[in-house]
Design a protein. Structure first.
Length: 153
């Protein structure tokens, strides 16, 4: 498995340490799900204003949210390709919302940033939580992977 990651920090906060943490997280997810191939993912860390604009434009919801993912491939496509680059999509994480939620849930900012990235990445891989059944599957997987990478509440 090869992972190409673009990390675009659009805040004035130094978050470069997250680039390697996210890369490790994605590698754990791919190993956990037995995914093999060459994958490309873009992560953008943005402000409340930026994510609200994105949310309004693409989801028609005029409010700040914590993470938005844009999958570039149809979920019905097989994710295991050995010889071609797979551009899975783009994840937007709202730094301001992550700070707020870390305080609200009484855990570290690192834990919240890792969780939001994981949540967004699973969406790129076709996981969702639109039904109770899907939510159980996705949230159980999130818990397992957070445990695997050693990030606790």
């Amino acid at each position: 498995m090869v992972l190409e990651l673009t990390f675009d920090n659009q805040t004035n906060i130094d978050l470069m340490s997250y680039e390697e943490k996210y890369r490790h997280l994605f590698e754990v997810v791919c190993k956990h799900l037995n995914l093999d191939g060459i994958f490309f993912v873009e992560i953008d860390i943005v402000s409340s204003k930026t994510i609200q604009q994105i949310n309004k434009e693409y989801r028609k919801i005029d409010k700040v949210t914590d993470v938005i993912s844009f999958a570039f491939e149809d979920n019905d496509e097989k994710l295991n390709y050995q010889d071609q680059m797979r551009d899975l999509g783009e994840i937007f994480i709202c730094y301001d919302k992550a700070v707020e939620q870390a305080k609200e849930y009484d855990h570290s900012l690192e834990r919240e940033m890792m969780f939001l990235c994981l949540h967004g990445f699973l969406h790129l891989l076709g996981y969702d939580h639109m039904t109770l059944e899907d939510e159980k599957v996705m949230f159980a997987l999130q818990d397992e992977i957070m445990e695997d990478i050693g990030v606790k509440r």
